[in-house]
Design a protein around this ligand. Sequence first.
Ligand SMILES: Nc1ncnc2c1ncn2[C@@H]1O[C@H](COP(=O)(O)OP(=O)(O)OP(=O)(O)O)[C@@H](O)[C@H]1O
Ligand SMILES: [Mg+2]
Length: 346
Amino acid sequence: MFGRKKKVIGLDIGSSQTKMVELSSGKGKKLLNYGISKVLPDAIVEGEIIDREAVLDSVRSLIESKGFTTKDVVIGIAGRDVIIKRIAMDRMSEADTKEQIKWEAEQYVPFDINEVTLDFDVVNPNFGENQQEVILVAAKNELINNLTVLLRELNLNPIIVDTTAFAVQNVFEYNYSPPPDETTCLIHIGAGMTVINVVKAGSSLSARDVYYGVNAFISKLQKEVGFNYEDAANAVKGTIPVGASQDSVQGVFETFVGDLGTQIERSLQFLSSVTGEEKVSRMYLSGGGSLIPNLLDYLKRRLGVPIELLNPFKNIVYDPTIFGPEGADVVGPILAQACGLALRGE
Ligand SMILES: Nc1ncnc2c1ncn2[C@@H]1O[C@H](COP(=O)(O)OP(=O)(O)OP(=O)(O)O)[C@@H](O)[C@H]1O
Ligand SMILES: [Mg+2]
C-alpha cells in the first residue's frame, strides 16, 4: 500500500537459542524488534532439527512474548547439508553458467545432485585465461523443505533462505564497508558450530563450518571440573560458582580457546594453500561464544591479528532502550546472523 513500508524478520534457529531480528525494509534500516529464546539441548544437532516440537515451541514463544506480527521471514541454514565452495570453471555467460552449474557442482557436492538446491554467484569473471570464479552453494532439498513446512506451521512466510556464513558476511559488509583490498576473517562462534569465513572485496574466499563451539567448553567444565550443566554454563559467561577452583576453570578455558585458535589457524592455512598469500588484516567475532570473557584477547595474542567484536547494529537505527540494561554490546554479537538475514529483505 502507498506509503506503507514492509518489514522483514531474520530468523536464526540455533542449537542453543532461537534469535529473531525485525528490520524495516528499504533504505536506512531500522531495528524494530528482536528476541532470543532458548531451545532445548539436543533439539538441533549439527544443523539438523531432531526435535521439531522443541524448535516450534521456541519460535512460537518468541513470537508471542515479543509480539512479532510480521510474517515475511528470511531463514538461515548451515551444517552438514549445506556446501559452500569457491570454484573455477570455464568462462561463459550468466545464462550458460546457470545451465552448466549443475554439472560442475557434481564434482564438489557429496549428495545426489538431483536432491539439492543450487545457487551461484560469479565473483570473478576473469580468472586465468578463460575461466571464471564462482561461489557455489548447495543445500539439500530435504533441509529447505523441512524448514519451510515448519515455518508455515508457525504461520510465517519464508521469503529467502541464506547460509550462516553469508548472513554474517552481509551484516559485516553493511556495517563496516571494508576497503576492497582488505582481507577480513569473520568468525561466528555458536554453541555447537563455528563458522569461519574469509572475505575480500565483497566475496567469500573460503567458508568453513567447524563442529566446535561453546558446548565443548561447557562439557569440558562438566567433565574436568565436575560442574553440573548449569554451573558450567554460568562459568562460561564468567560467573564461577562459590568455592570452585579458578585455576581449574582457567585450565579448561585455555584448552578450549587453544583448540579454537588451532581450528582458525587451520582454516587460514588451507586458504593460503589454495589462493597463495592471503594476509588477513582483521578479524571480527560474533555468536554467543564471542562473549566468553578473555576469549577475544587470547585469540588476538595467539593469532597476532587485530580482532574486534562484530556490532551488527553499527549502521542501523535503533532506540537504545530496546536492548534493556545489557545494551547492544552484549546482545549484538548474538544477533549478528539474524540481523544479516533480515538485511536481505528489500
Ligand atoms: N555472555 C556470554 N558469555 C559467554 N557465552 C555466552 C554468552 N551468551 C551466550 N553464550 C553462549 O553462547 C552460546 C549461544 O550462542 P549462539 O546463540 O550464537 O549459538 P547457537 O546459534 O544457538 O548455536 P549454533 O549456531 O552452534 O547452533 C551458548 O552456548 C551460550 O552458553
Ligand atoms: Mg548459531
